[in-house]
Design a binder for this molecule. Structure first.
Ligand SMILES: [Zn+2]
Length: 72
């Protein structure tokens, strides 16, 4: 039963990450493809804790007012 709970928590975590902080491999907005109106923002605590092994930075695009997660 514990394994099922852990798998469900991992899936929910991945879905929340994909919806709220859309991952992008390039340092440009995945929505509007601008790379000039970006600002680094703080990552949420759960991203810092669970993705400490992955080099990632959170950005906010001021052209479309959306957040994304730059991986790499
Ligand atoms: Zn944008």
């Amino acid at each position: 039963m514990l394994w099922i709970t852990l798998i469900v928590a991992a899936v929910v975590f991945l879905l929340v990450t994909l919806v709220v902080f859309r991952p992008a491999l390039r340092r440009s907005c995945p929505t509007c493809h601008h790379d000039t109106h970006l600002e680094r923002v703080k990552r949420p605590g759960y991203l810092k804790t669970l993705l400490f092994w992955l080099p990632n930075k959170a950005y906010r695009c001021y052209a479309c007012n959306r957040n994304f997660l730059h991986i790499g």
